[in-house]
Design a protein. Structure first.
Length: 46
């Protein structure tokens, strides 16, 4: 299950990529995560 994989990645590595896309799309996703409770940030790929 994807949620379990992400949870374990956050637990072991301290972070996980849960979404990728345009800046506008990511801003929407971050806002949704904040509304649900988790801390979320955006990071640009290099």
């Amino acid at each position: 299950m994807r949620a379990t994989e992400l949870m374990m990645q956050v637990h072991t590595e301290g972070k996980a990529v849960v979404s990728a896309g345009s800046r506008e799309s990511m801003e929407v996703d971050v806002t949704k995560l904040h509304a649900a409770g988790p801390w979320a940030t955006m990071q640009q790929d290099r």
